[in-house]
Design a protein around this ligand. Structure first.
Ligand SMILES: Nc1ncnc2c1ncn2[C@@H]1O[C@H](COP(=O)(O)OP(=O)(O)OP(=O)(O)O)[C@@H](O)[C@H]1O
Ligand SMILES: [Mg+2]
Length: 157
């Protein structure tokens, strides 16, 4: 299957947040974003901007301890953080397969690479890498489905 990709380099947290907000504003039901990157890469910051773009006014926090948070925006937003999970069976216990089903909204999954086979398909993969300076980040987006509102918004940047 063909994979499409797009890389955006940002130079400040606000730049990442603004991009995320714009993509969130375009996102449609069924969008699943799998976020990959080291500690402090910017996965939660991106999620916060994305949720804002979706009209979430509540504060979006890292679900590192809660494992999953849900928010109400223009669409329901489900935010997972799999960092603390050790075994794939735990996904079942936390209701991952039920709640990661994007049928009524948008799903964002931090540390998605921990359980690559468990991720909903299709999804957009976002890898965030640090750049040469403290505040530089390379955001690399991948998808097999070019024909989505989010991907079109990304291409319009
Ligand atoms: N260009 C940038 N884009 C995003 N974040 C940046 C950028 N430059 C600096 N930062 C900083 O990097 C940090 C990103 O933190 P964040 O909690 O989003 O990371 P994370 O990937 O969710 O980490 P964790 O795996 O611990 O959950 C923030 O402190 C943010 O201010
Ligand atoms: Mg995080």
């Amino acid at each position: 299957m063909q994979t499409f990709s797009c890389t955006v380099v940002t130079h400040a947290p606000g730049e990442t947040a603004a991009l995320a907000e714009r993509l969130g504003a375009a996102a449609e039901t069924g969008t699943v974003l799998c976020l990959v990157g080291d500690l402090g890469a910017g996965k939660t910051l991106f999620t916060q901007g994305f949720a804002r773009g979706l009209g979430v006014t509540e504060e979006v926090t890292s679900p590192t301890f809660a494992l999953m948070n849900q928010y109400c925006g223009r669409l329901p937003v489900t935010h997972f953080d799999l960092y603390r999970l050790e075994r794939e069976e735990e996904l079942d216990e936390i209701g991952f397969y039920e709640f990661a089903e994007p049928s009524g909204g948008v799903v964002l999954i931090e540390w998605a690479d921990k359980f690559p086979d468990a991720l909903p398909k299709p999804h957009i993969r976002l890898e965030i890498e640090r750049g040469d300076t403290e505040d530089e980040r390379r955001l690399m987006f991948f998808t097999t489905e070019e024909d989505s509102a989010l991907w079109r918004a990304l291409m319009e940047k």
